[in-house]
Ligand binder design. Structure first.
Ligand code: AGP
Length: 604
């Protein structure tokens, strides 16, 4: 997804912008560019593909004086990933970078074209710079023109704009897309669409609110709110703990993140478990007062963890729970009642569809909770309460450790609510807590297991599709396994409830249909096994994942003996993650940045 950086100061502007963009690479992008304004002169560079291409293009460009610079990584929405469509977009004497979507760009563009403006790109963004220059002609100063331009835009945006007539200034605006500004003791100003590019550069940051706009120069920081009232920046300290982008010897970030799951789950549990109770200091039990239903809403992998949560909330806390795909909930005019706790789940906290449902729920007067991995993200700032998953920065586009920690948080939360609702005996809760403490061990990747999966993976590089099948909680795990595989291998994969195969999909069974069967010992083993047998009888190629030998399988991945199905769940989660990883590596794909995908989907 698009990323923005900006810099105003004396240092090496080019390097600062490029380094900042590198920190945003994990979000996914297909082109990038920078524009630097120094002493009234612009220099601009764009390149399709990875940042190394942009570095190559800028290698002879030197920035050693005061400058205003803006940079962007683009994930195509309007127009193909070409150099012309890459940001920054240029007018006669200004450049702009933008995240989000300008919904009314078509009528604005038409009007500008009628007035003789030539457009170079197919993007919605380009209207911003031309509209600004049109307004500049009628305004007494550039800020007035910028302000007027913002008032004419509809949609979501984070915008940085620089213009020749005020070569010491960066204009900014934020509405619906994340942006923050950082400062330091050297009087430099930084902008970015997330914290990471600013860590190590800035001491303090101001997170802009929706509707904020203004400008910065060497002497001033001027911010207005959506009502047009001048406001003071609200600076908070920025963490200095820059998480290493190093892969620590792993081939891909995704691999590193799979291996990290044990330690990040320990972090997720830290300080939240007593002998017989779950403790969440960040929420108050009154959050559940007058609540008769929980509605969970998310996208992608986070949606799968929400499905897991629905099993646990109903089983442990005996509370009615429903799960919604965010992009569907937004437009289907749902009945939202005040006795419902609305819970959004998001690794990034910025996913546009999920964020919008949170706004909907708030507008309907519901209590809201977010389960999120990124502190200070838009969702965390918006929801009434938040629980952080503590997975650390996740760089692989295919989510792994974020999913694991989300499920852990939900397991804990279901026990927290169970205690509050007296739906479980103290002894039962204590037993579950002991199991929670065992998860970090259950997800340790053993060399022998990884080697076995590496070897097996070579048999799964073709075929006409994969079915991941499971029952109960292993059904959302099957969905997640299939999503992982398709994201990074580009092979067709589906997750299905094991018992549902005979109602249609079994018609596809033949040796080229690969079934990945999740067969936990401690949850509906016999039922799941006979569903796998039905597929085996129709000659589907079966890879069974189970602690119990399964003679009807073509391949068998033996998991450890655990005393409880939840521990089997976490070990099998690692197995399906590694299987996708190894298949993708054998196919020669870019595991961390798969085609067409973005880490954080901040457009609809
Ligand atoms: C995960 O592997 C995916 N890349 C994707 O489905 C992701 O989970 C989804 O876009 C939601 O993201 P979020 O958790 O940041 O809201």
């Amino acid at each position: 997804m698009c990323g923005i950086v900006g810099y105003l100061g004396q240092k090496n502007t080019k390097e600062i912008l490029l380094e900042g963009l590198k920190e945003l690479e994990y979000r996914g992008y297909d082109s990038a560019g920078i524009a630097v304004l120094s002493d009234g002169e612009f220099s601009s560079f764009k390149a399709v593909g990875k940042l190394v291409n942009l570095e190559e293009k800028t290698k002879d460009f030197v920035t050693d004086a005061f400058a205003a610079g803006i940079g962007h990584t683009r994930w195509a929405t309007h127009g193909k990933p070409t150099e012309l469509n890459a940001h920054p977009h240029v007018g006669a004497s200004s450049y702009v970078v933008h995240n989000g979507i300008i919904e009314n760009y078509a009528p604005l563009k038409k009007e500008l074209q009628n007035e003789g403006v030539t457009f170079l790109s197919q993007t919605d963004t380009e209207v911003i710079v031309h509209q600004f220059e049109k307004n500049q002609k009628k305004s007494t100063n550039s800020f007035e023109a910028f302000k007027k331009t913002i008032s004419e835009l509809e949609g979501a945006y984070a915008i940085l704009l620089v213009t020749k007539s005020e070569d010491d200034t960066i204009f900014f605006a934020k509405n619906g897309s994340p942006m923050l500004m950082g400062i330091n003791a050297e009087n430099e100003k930084y902008f970015a669409s997330s914290d990471t590019p600013l860590i190590g550069q800035c001491s303090d940051v101001n997170y802009f609110e929706d509707g904020d706009y203004g400008y910065v120069n060497a002497d001033e920081i001027v911010i207005f709110d959506k009502m047009g009232n001048k406001k003071e920046p609200h600076f908070t300290k920025l963490s200095t703990n820059k998480l290493s982008a190093q892969k620590d010897g792993y081939r891909f970030f995704m691999e590193k993140e799979i291996y990290e799951q044990s330690s990040v789950i320990s972090d997720t549990l830290l300080g939240r478990l007593s002998e017989d109770a779950v403790v969440f200091d960040e929420i108050d039990t009154s959050l559940f007062d007058s609540i008769n239903e929980i509605k969970l809403c998310a996208c992608g992998t986070s949606y799968h963890s929400a499905l897991c949560a629905s099993y646990m909330f109903e089983r442990h806390a005996k509370i009615k729970t429903s799960v919604e795909v965010a992009s569907e909930l937004r437009y289907r005019e749902p009945v939202l009642t005040q006795d419902t706790l609305f819970v959004v789940i998001s690794q990034s906290g910025e996913t546009a569809d999920t964020l919008e449902t949170l706004k909907m729920a708030k507008a309907a007067g519901l209590k809201t909770l977010v389960i999120c991995n990124v502190d200070n993200s838009s969702m965390v700032r918006m929801a009434d309460a938040s629980i952080l998953t503590r997975a650390g920065v996740e760089k692989g586009v295919a989510s792994t450790k974020a999913f694991a920690t989300q499920v852990v948080v939900f397991w804990m939360l279901s026990l927290y609510v169970a205690k509050r609702n007296n739906s479980m005996q103290t002894q039962e809760i204590a037993e579950q807590i002991s199991l929670l403490r065992e998860i970090p061990k259950s997800v340790i990747v053993e060399d022998s297991m990884h080697e076995r999966i590496k070897r097996l993976s070579k048999r799964y590089l073709h075929g006409h599709g994969f079915f991941f099948i499971g029952r109960d909680l292993f059904y959302p795990l099957a969905l997640e396994g299939a999503l992982k595989l398709k994201e990074i291998s580009y092979l067709h994969a589906e997750g299905y409830p094991s018992g549902e195969m005979k109602h249609g999909p079994i018609a596809l069974a033949d040796p080229e249909l690969f079934t990945i069967a999740l067969l936990p010992k401690h949850l509906l083993y016999e039922k799941s096994r006979s569903n796998a047998e039905e597929l085996s009888a129709r000659d589907s190629t079966i890879c069974a994942i189970s602690p119990i030998e399964f003679d009807k399988a073509d391949d068998f991945i033996k998991t450890k003996e655990h005393g409880h199905y939840m521990l089997e769940f976490f070990e099998m989660m690692v197995v399906v993650q590694l299987l996708s990883l190894e298949i993708s590596i054998r196919l020669g794909n870019d595991v961390d940045m798969p085609r067409n995908l973005a880490k954080s989907v901040t457009v609809e």
